[in-house]
Design a protein around this ligand. Structure first.
Ligand code: F6R
Length: 608
């Protein structure tokens, strides 16, 4: 949520900043800006409401400099306009800052600064930072930033420059990500590694309280006092081509079609065929400790929560261990009871979601063991968790999460196998489970062949204003996910329900203008779901059914049917979700929406 960048070095500063902002645009895209400085002591700020492409149009072609900062915004305080866009300046215009996060005590700070004569231009909380730095500035920007952050309450990733100290950028982090990129005679500070991956793969993930000063020749990392930190340099494994569209029209399309591969990566090296179980390197738990676990609780938000819900059903039914999933945002404030021998999972693609992170901290404070299931290596949740599993999906750029969902599922299925094999799953059953899992990439590839049919259905159905998505058992959370996908990118209102639940209220919505999407796998609940379909048809509701190849009975009842390959009944969530992702994608395109950057949203939701 908001992306910030700082660059100093011999490269073309404006181009590097703009390119970095484009790479981070998925973090926020309502306005953007840059501040560029040069040796003469000039600081030039250009900022605009709109996308980075709109900003590019107003950057003078003559603008150049040797250092600068940039920001792409997801508005929290103050409407979306040119003035509220970052960077923000102090009164004299010689200090510029870009900020990601929320300054909770900004109103009090602003009041005091105004009484001291400071004039504010924007309605943002962030502008106080620029004014505070100027009040503390006595020829040392780093010191002024250190004094400033002592007064800030809330979350921040900050980059700050001063016209009088060319080629220097000071960064500080508390609660919002900030990564130092170490290049050859050039340095970067960014919210996200994607901003710098084209130039360097050597990074240091800043921790809360850290302050870093960069110049083209090096960096100085401190803990916010005078203490210099000597932190390990990490290496980014993502390749540049992974953050490009690679021939696809949209990132979402690319990420949907990557799923046969991303799921393979999630499982790679984690299957133990000697004992027909799963193995993970980073759990930081012995088998004895795992055996002592009596309950599993999963916390997450959005799509990751839906993956957690599927996992909770699976763990309970297959591994026979009590399991539940809960929205992290709800758990945090209800003073949860942490029972002994309960293992928690915090699931997050980005590893930065504030709701999940703060809930995890609350659980850890109470003494819980929390493992992370994340995609972004080095992000905050995996760094603060007691151990965990990376899903290795590769970068997910589209705001709507797709491949992360199926990879989260893959990891949970393997974890279930591990626990089940320690309890009552036999060697032979473990072997069969693994065989089915290994077939998944190929089955997903086959399911992707429904694309053109789904596209035609999107043409036919995207005219409807409301949808119901209905499934049961393991596929109930998939119905929730289908509804979430549709509403977030096509802006069509959609609700996900257990198919059994419609008779308790939602059936009142059924008429010829409210289509229902039914998930009808070949499992023990099939007959019951078919009855629910008939109830909808009896009320003139249109039905799109996702059914297993050859299920003519379902095809006869439904108005339209999408066939998916047959698999083991436990694995249908992987296949059911794919046509739902495609359906949302094509509906959004039909309606002319920006599928990768839907309105009001941002990837990586770092505010509560
Ligand atoms: C939906 C979507 C969001 C995220 C949610 C959690 O397509 O992307 O609902 O799933 O914001 O994000 P992570 O997984 O990064 O914690």
């Amino acid at each position: 949520m908001c992306g910030i960048i700082g660059y100093c070095g011999p490269g073309n500063t404006v181009d590097i900043l703009v390119e970095a902002l484009k790479r981070m645009e998925y973090r926020g895209y309502d306005s953007a800006g840059i501040a560029v400085g040069d040796y003469t002591g000039t600081l030039t700020v250009v900022k605009r409401k709109g996308k980075i492409a709109d900003l590019q149009k107003v950057i003078p072609s003559t603008l150049n400099g040797s250092y600068g900062i940039g920001h792409t915004r997801w508005a929290t305080h103050g409407e979306v306009n040119d003035i509220n866009a970052h960077p923000h300046l102090n009164c004299a215009g010689d200090i510029a800052i870009a900020h990601n996060g929320i300054i909770e005590n900004y109103a009090a700070l602003k009041g005091k600064l105004i009484s001291e004569g400071h004039v504010f231009r924007s309605e943002t909380d962030s502008e106080v930072i620029a004014h505070l730095v100027s009040t503390f500035y006595e020829g040392d920007l780093e010191l002024a930033v250190k004094k400033t952050i002592k007064l800030l309450k809330g979350t921040y990733g900050i980059v700050c420059i001063h016209a009088k100290e060319p080629n220097k950028i000071v960064g500080a982090r508390n609660g919002s990500p900030l990564i130092l990129g170490i290049g050859n005679k050039e340095m970067f500070l960014a919210s996200d590694v994607t901003a710098m991956i084209a130039y360097t793969k050597q990074v240091i993930y800043l921790e809360d309280g850290n302050v870093v000063t960069i110049t083209p020749d090096g960096y100085k990392l401190t803990d916010g006092t005078d203490k210099i930190l000597d932190r390990k340099i990490d290496y980014i494994s993502w390749e540049l081509q992974e953050i490009e569209k690679d021939g696809y029209t949209h990132f979402m399309e690319k990420e949907i079609f990557e799923q046969p591969e991303s799921i393979k990566r999630a499982m790679q090296g984690r299957i133990d065929k000697e004992y027909m179980t799963a193995k993970f390197g980073g759990l930081n738990m012995t088998n004895r400790e795992l055996l002592a676990v009596e309950r599993i609780k999963i916390i997450a938000a959005g799509t990751s929560y839906h993956a957690g819900l599927v996992a909770s059903y699976l763990l309970e039914s297959v591994a026979r261990i009590p399991a539940s999933a809960e929205l992290a945002s709800e758990l945090r404030y209800r003073n949860p009871i942490v029972e002994r021998n309960t293992l928690y999972f915090a699931v997050s693609q980005s590893g930065e979601t504030a709701d999940t992170l703060y809930a995890m901290r609350e659980l850890k404070r109470k003494g819980a063991r929390v493992l992370g299931i994340c995609n972004v290596v080095g992000s905050t949740i995996p760094r603060e968790s007691d151990g965990g599993i990376y899903i290795h999906s590769g970068p997910e750029i589209a705001v709507a999460s797709t491949k992360a969902f199926t990879s989260q599922l893959a990891v949970f299925y393997l974890f279930t196998l591990l626990i089940a094999r320690m309890r009552d799953m036999s060697y032979e059953m473990g072997k069969a489970f693994i065989q089915h899992l290994e077939e998944l990439p190929q089955l997903i590839a086959k399911t992707l062949q429904t694309n053109s049919h789904v596209k035609n259905l999107a043409k036919k159905y995207s005219i409807y204003p409301n949808f119901l998505f209905l499934g049961r058992g393991l596929n109930y959370p998939v119905a929730l996910e289908g509804a979430l996908k549709l509403k977030e990118i096509s802006y069509i209102h959609a609700e996900g329900y257990s198919a059994a639940e419609i008779k308790h209220g939602p059936i009142a919505l059924i008429n010829e203008n409210t289509p229902s999407v039914f998930l009808v796998p070949d499992d023990m609940l099939r007959e019951k779901v078919i009855s629910n379909m008939k109830e909808v048809k009896a009320r003139k509701g249109k039905v799109i059914a996702l059914a297993v190849e050859g299920d003519e009975e379902v095809a006869r009842i439904a108005d339209d049917c999408i066939f998916i390959p047959s698999t083991h009944e436990l694995l249908y969530p992987f296949l059911m979700v794919v046509p739902l992702q495609l359906f949302a994608y094509h509906c959004a395109l039909e309606l002319g929406h920006n599928v990768d950057q839907p309105r009001n949203l941002a990837k990586s939701v770092t505010v509560e």
